[in-house]
Design a protein around this ligand. Structure first.
Ligand SMILES: [Zn+2]
Length: 594
């Protein structure tokens, strides 16, 4: 069997020559919005007689390709593929090192350059390489199947701090030159860089947070549980293998909740809710230090082995820290969101084992790999017992550390090491239906929640005529408010919604989860069209936030009616300039299809 999985999203041929180490030396030019530099690759010959190394590129200007001594090497850029970009094929002439001088192009999709107006005061640059955008800022073998250590020299305007998914400085350098080392092997999608007016605050002996000065103290308060989360994670599935675990709070246009860049998770500022109610995202990104970053999906079709395991692990950390009742609420909300997405997907996109060949992997399902994957593991846990599954997972993360995993190999392990010893066959758990079938099979576990039962009773009372002010909502968690807003029917009387908004101020909500649930309800019930302040709240939300999934949730509700679609297009026309390219493309794709 070949050492590296065939990846439909990369031109690289690592079964001939694989990159074994990268040294990056780049200069960050904010005025030209360009990185220029040199990538030096040490090569490993997987096939002894191989002489060609193939890299992925996207809109890169290749200026020179040489060996370590500076002798030019023959190379050719392939035709531009609209999904994969251009291959860079280099005749190594037997060299073990190749050096590529390059600059990024105008369509460097991994890079977002922010002006001071889009931050709390200074220019900012950050990268987002997952899934296949690393090739737009570094020539690389851009497949999760290939991993190697890297180090880097990064030159930035003096006064700004640069950080990477690596060992990081905590102080600014006088000359704007920073050196980085990532000694553990990582795939290209986990190479990350950010440059900005950043300060550091420690959270624990091996954790801390970087953010712009205006938010760094709020961030340190919000993420105070990071060290206890690390301890809980280690109790569950073994030692943290990456040295430090720091967080970087990005400006609002960051398109994700978090990105698990090793040693330095990138997070959205929407987590700074002021009440620590959204820190499950930190548990999620931390869990990636095992699932995803340590044991990595071989291709993007296997992403459930990364995200599904991470949601499972995340909720196990939550359970350790905050208890089973709290976690049951998160699991219920996850299932609700999954069901809402399933209703919108083509059937093939609802399998755990995806088929993303000839597509942008970003166009795949958002939640299926996460929530259906996590449900699958919860189901296995119910059948074989938590102790047995935990023992397997702890061993799995250790045995396959710094390696990639595909669906077929994982299922074979699951059968021989978990199911068969427990006397369980494929059919007993509907294994085929879960992995190679649509939707959620009937043996999915349920998550009873007293907290949600209380909400359901209040929702009934509200619809039966009880005034919002008379509802029993004392001490509700944000998750309960989200549940209330989701269970209210689309034909809920507008007078009831007006009473709710007056009483609880949903249109002014800061918590992004509660705000999204409210706007979705106001739009699907068409209440928004009779309430100017709610319409303003919709426009304000879509202008202020940059988290792709939440933007698309609100836009999707708008796009469901002709009037809403017009409004969506009108808002998008002005708000899109502030979005990250990934978020902008996702919303545009959705509005075009509407
Ligand atoms: Zn994740």
């Amino acid at each position: 069997m070949a050492e590296f999985a065939d990846d439909p999203h990369s031109h690289a041929r690592p079964n001939e020559i694989a990159v074994g180490h990268l040294h990056l030396d780049v200069t960050v030019d904010f005025d030209e919005q360009r990185l220029t530099g040199r990538a030096t690759f040490r090569l490993d010959r997987t096939a002894a007689d191989a002489d060609v190394v193939v890299l992925d590129t996207w809109d890169l200007e290749i200026r020179a390709v040489t060996d370590a001594a500076g002798a030019a090497l023959d190379h050719v850029l392939g035709d531009h593929d609209p999904i994969l970009g251009r291959s860079l094929t280099i005749e190594t002439g037997g060299a073990d090192t190749v050096v590529v001088d390059y600059a990024t192009g105008g369509d460097a999709r991994a890079l977002q350059w922010l002006e001071p107006a889009q931050t709390t005061g200074e220019r900012f640059l950050f990268t987002q390489s997952q899934p296949i955008l690393a090739r737009s800022w570094i020539p690389c073998q851009d497949t999760p199947a290939v991993r190697h250590p890297y180090d880097a020299t990064v030159r930035v305007p003096p006064g700004l701090l640069a950080v990477m998914s690596a060992e990081n400085p905590t102080e600014r350098s006088a000359d704007g030159v920073y050196s980085f080392a990532m000694p553990q092997p990582v795939p290209s999608y986990l190479v990350a860089l950010a440059v900005g007016d950043l300060e550091f605050r420690p959270l624990g002996p091996r954790s801390g947070v970087y953010a712009e000065p205006a938010v760094v103290d709020a961030a340190a308060w919000e993420f105070a549980d990071t060290e206890p989360m690390m301890e809980a994670a280690e109790r569950l599935y073994g030692p943290y293998r990456w040295g430090r675990y720091d967080l970087l709070v990005l400006p609002p246009s960051f398109p994700y909740g978090g990105m698990e860049n090793p040693r330095l998770t990138f997070v959205t500022p929407t987590l700074l809710a002021g009440d620590r109610s959204l820190v499950t995202v930190v548990a999620h990104e931390l869990a990636h230090s095992w699932s995803g970053n340590l044991v990595t999906n071989a291709t993007w079709d296997d992403i459930w082995l990364n995200e599904g395991f991470t949601v499972y692990f995340e909720t196990r950390i939550d359970e350790e820290l905050y208890g089973a009742d709290y976690t049951a609420m998160l699991l219920r909300l996850g299932r609700q969101a999954l069901e809402a997405e399933l209703a919108t997907l083509a059937e093939r996109d609802t399998w755990l084992s995806l088929d993303l060949a000839h597509r942008d992997p970003e166009s795949g399902p958002d939640l299926v790999p996460y929530e259906k994957g996590s449900l699958f593991l919860r189901m296995i846990e119910q059948v074989v017992g938590r102790e047995r599954l935990d023992a397997f997972l702890a061993d799995y993360f250790d045995r396959f550390a710094f390696r990639s995993m595909d669906t077929v190999t994982f299922l074979a392990l699951l059968r021989t090491e978990v199911l068969e010893p427990a006397g369980v066959g494929d059919a007993d758990v509907q294994l085929e239906a879960w992995v190679y079938g649509p939707g959620v099979p009937a043996n999915a576990p349920e998550f009873p929640s007293d907290a949600f039962d209380r909400v359901d009773r209040q929702a009934d009372a509200l619809l039966a005529g009880t005034a919002a002010a008379d509802l029993d909502t004392a001490g509700w968690a944000p998750q309960q408010w989200v549940h209330l807003l989701r269970v209210l029917p689309t034909d809920a009387p507008h007078a009831v919604l007006a009473d709710l908004d007056r009483t609880f101020g949903f249109s002014a909500q800061r918590n992004i989860e509660v705000a999204t649930a409210w706007l979705e309800l106001a739009i699907r019930s068409e209440y928004v069209w009779g309430a100017a302040e709610v319409d303003d709240a919709v426009a304000g939300f879509l202008d202020r936030h940059g988290r792709s999934l939440y933007l698309r949730r609100v836009y999707a509700k708008l796009a469901a009616t002709p009037r809403g679609l017009d409004r969506a297009r009108e808002i998008f026309a002005t708000a899109a300039a502030g979005y990250h390219p990934v978020a902008r493309a996702g919303v545009a794709r959705m509005l075009d299809a509407a």
